[in-house]
Design a protein around this ligand. Structure first.
Ligand code: SF4
Length: 435
């Protein structure tokens, strides 16, 4: 069968993985980042953001393909809330959760209530079949597109999956809900074979995916630093150390061995999800780490001559002005090499989404009008904090970045865009929570 996998904007690892699985099942698979599908091809939309459900280009593609008699299945992280996908896009079915085994059966057999791990509309009613068991972690090579070398996601052509799951329970994150809290690691040989295939296809840099890089091969909460070091060394032997990154790591999942390996076998950056400078907010977020641990982790990275980036979330429901000031103070103290700021986004199926449903709009920073120094800009409280923190972070970094008019406008536009997306996601979640 002809199958088109549509992955909006970027070739995600998940879309490439599904492509490889379907190719090995005997289908002719075309992977595309653009919203287009040839007539006669089955369309599989691999969607990783709630915003895709609201995107007119995605909606039009699904609608027009179905109207012309084509079949459309939707999978990816959005499948965590299948009723929203069914309601918004009206595909033939949703592949729920880890889809690489379910999708092969779905394409071969069609929609049936005997198939676990799917959702579809029967008459007027949504049907969600029982969950499929977790997919095998040992599987075929992904379908790597010829132009993979042209892709740059934070500098990497692709983020490859070395393991699934996270021991953490951050309330805003989908990973432990989608993949579970138990770490399931791929065999090293299979990862290295895949790295070689990416290199042969022209990938210029590869990164280890997920927020828990150093948990590779860990078991029952016990880290396995030796396995992680071997993994990075193996990747560097294929790609060259300047072409490997392993950025995302928990502050409580580092050892001297791990940091040494990051310096020797990668571009030498560590990326921590720090989120807040307020221990009260970190507790609300279920982050499982304290600001003291953050400070210690950053110091330790510096001792190993690593550059450190951090991400922060503002506008979490319940974050006060005092909490926000603590985040600014922490950034001023840490002097991070790079900072990423985002407003708290409720992803369907996460505890944060549940909290947002219970939080009245007049208490949700994503909706509260900002009445402070940026009042003339007509921002919400989340947008104002997001904008302010981006500019603040630029003043407290080893190489200060001047906030020119251009940078100011870009930050303002980014804060507004995030605010708009979050309000749209919140409205969507509220609408389905009522029904
Ligand atoms: S540590 Fe990272 S991957 Fe794990 S739950 Fe928290 S944000 Fe998600």
């Amino acid at each position: 069968m002809d199958v088109t996998i549509f992955s909006p904007g970027i070739y995600t690892y998940g879309a490439m993985l599904i492509g490889g699985v379907l190719r090995d099942a005997g289908h002719r698979v075309n992977l595309t980042r653009a919203p287009e599908v040839p007539a006669g091809s089955l369309l599989l939309a691999s969607l990783y953001s709630t915003q895709h459900l609201l995107d007119p280009a995605v909606r039009d593609l699904v609608r027009s393909h179905r109207e012309s008699g084509g079949t459309v299945y939707v999978g990816g992280p959005v499948s965590a809330a299948p009723e929203i996908v069914l309601g918004e896009l009206e595909p033939d079915a949703v592949v729920v959760g880890e889809g690489e085994e379910t999708v092969v059966r779905l394409v071969a057999e069609g929609v049936s209530n005997a198939l676990p791990g799917i959702a579809y509309i029967d008459g007027d009613h949504p049907v969600v079949t029982p969950p499929a068991p977790p997919a095998s972690i040992d599987r075929a090579l992904p379908l790597i597109p010829e132009d993979i070398g042209s892709q740059s996601i934070r500098g990497a052509s692709a983020y490859i999956e070395t393991h699934r799951g996270c021991i953490g329970g951050c309330t805003f994150c989908q990973v432990p809900r989608f993949f579970g809290r138990k770490i399931r690691s791929r065999p090293l040989d299979s990862i290295i074979e895949e790295v070689k295939a990416f290199a042969a296809a022209g990938a210029t840099r590869l990164s280890v995916s997920g927020g828990t890089g150093s948990l590779y091969a860990s078991s029952d909460g016990e880290m396995n630093p030796e396995a992680f070091v071997t993994l990075l060394r193996g990747m560097a032997e294929v790609m060259g150390p300047r072409n490997v990154s392993s950025p995302d790591i928990r502050v409580d999942c580092i050892t001297d061995e791990i940091l040494d390996a990051i310096r020797r076998y990668t571009i030498g950056w560590v990326f921590f999800g720090i989120e807040s400078g307020s221990d009260r907010v970190l507790r609300m977020m279920g982050k499982g780490a304290t600001t003291r641990e953050v400070r210690e982790a950053v110091d330790r990275c510096r001792e190993h001559n690593l550059k450190v980036a951090g991400s922060f979330i503002v506008g979490y429901p319940g974050e006060t002005g005092k909490d926000y000031q603590a985040t600014k103070d922490l950034i001023a103290d840490l002097y991070l090499d790079d900072v990423f700021v985002s407003s708290a986004e409720p992803i369907p199926g996460t505890p944060l989404a549940g909290l947002v449903v219970k939080t009245p709009r007049e208490k949700n920073p994503a909706f509260i009008p900002h009445m402070g120094e940026y009042r003339p800009l007509d921002l919400t409280e989340s947008e104002a904090r997001c904008f302010d923190l981006m500019m603040h972070a630029d003043m407290y970094r080893p190489q200060m970045r001047l906030v020119t008019d251009e940078v100011y406008s870009a930050y303002l536009a980014e804060a507004r865009k995030q605010g708009q997306d979050i309000r749209a996601a919140t409205d969507l979640i509220l609408r389905y929570s009522r029904s």
